[in-house]
Write a protein that binds this ligand. Structure first.
Ligand SMILES: [Zn+2]
Length: 193
């Protein structure tokens, strides 16, 4: 799947807004990304997952591990595409862990999947959690890479599209300087991670 098609699917479903937005960080951006809005449509999730799965086909991946909450839907669909198991990590007292009885065995081949990579932090923490259990992390994937390709998670990483989402202080925001009102997408939309 070409990056342009990925972005078009986000636009079409309202998951990528363009304008003048106040992010939860308080910074301003001309773009606003909310992966949940594209992933609410199973055919979209399935199409992204198939494309990620094709990239990792033949690598012997037994289990897909995703950081909750954002990674769960796409992780599950990638697992389906690869004929693998799907589990997730979540934070307990701030530490990313496998909970709910989920486990991996020593040497198990794992792919870590999330919806959007920004700094790579969640993916790195998930890799650490499954490695601590002895699994072998084959790679990491996301639908969108917001790091401009810079996020280093220590394993081969793949993204369907790279998206530049600038975040600027209001004092240096071009839209503010043009006098355009900024929109706060609201607490019901909390994608700015
Ligand atoms: Zn602004």
């Amino acid at each position: 799947m070409r990056a342009e098609e990925v972005i078009e699917r986000f636009r079409r479903t309202g998951a990528l807004l363009e304008g003048h937005f106040i992010l939860t960080s308080g910074l301003h951006s001309p773009k606003y990304l909310q992966c949940a809005l594209v992933l609410q449509h199973p055919p979209e999730a399935e199409a992204f997952a198939r494309a990620i799965g094709e990239h990792f086909a033949g690598k012997g991946i037994e289990t897909v591990v995703a950081p909750a909450i954002g990674g769960i839907v796409i992780g599950y669909e990638v697992a389906r595409a690869l004929g693998a198991r799907s589990i997730w990590t979540e934070r307990e007292a701030g530490v990313m862990k496998l909970r709910r009885g989920f486990g991996v065995r020593p040497g198990e081949s794992v792919l870590v999947v999330e919806d959007v990579i920004t700094t790579g932090g969640s993916t790195r923490e998930t890799i650490a959690a499954v490695r601590a259990a002895g699994a072998s992390v084959v790679g990491a994937a996301s639908i969108i890479d917001r790091s401009g390709g810079r996020a280093d998670v220590g394993v081969p990483r793949f993204a369907l599209a790279t998206l530049d989402v600038p975040a600027l202080a209001p004092s240096v925001c071009p839209a503010c300087q043009r006098g355009e009102p900024a929109i706060k997408p609201g607490s019901r939309i909390a994608s700015d991670k």
